[in-house]
Design a protein. Structure first.
Length: 116
């Protein structure tokens, strides 16, 4: 009977592995995650400028295109110069501003509204 208990205890004990530890917090967690990189404050400002440029460009189509759209294009170019993680948004802001300029001037001429 004693031999039977020793054999069952031997099977019940866990083998020592290098990855199994009693206190896993001191060794660090084994997870696969990308490190979080905080953006610079300038990148946040660039995203805000780009989104404001898109908004002003689209408003400029309906209301005074020569007043609003050049200002929006300047904002978009500043956002593009800052760059960072919002660089694609700033590039889209420039494209949308250029298209809005053409569409706004055409709409103003067709409807006989003032350009500025």
């Amino acid at each position: 009977m004693a031999a039977h208990l020793q054999a069952s205890e031997a099977r019940a004990t866990r083998q020592a592995h290098s990855r199994l530890r009693a206190n896993a917090t001191c060794a660090g967690a084994h997870v696969s995650s990308a490190p979080y990189e905080r953006g610079r404050p300038a990148e946040t400002v660039a995203g805000l400028l780009a989104s404001a440029a898109i908004f002003v460009s689209l408003i400029g189509i309906a209301y005074r295109p020569l007043r609003l759209i050049p200002f929006a294009l300047v904002l978009a170019l500043i956002a593009l110069a800052i760059g960072g993680r919002h660089e694609r948004l700033a590039a889209w802001a420039v494209y949308i501003g250029a298209a809005s300029f053409a569409a706004g001037l055409a709409a103003a001429v067709i409807t006989s509204n003032p350009l500025w």
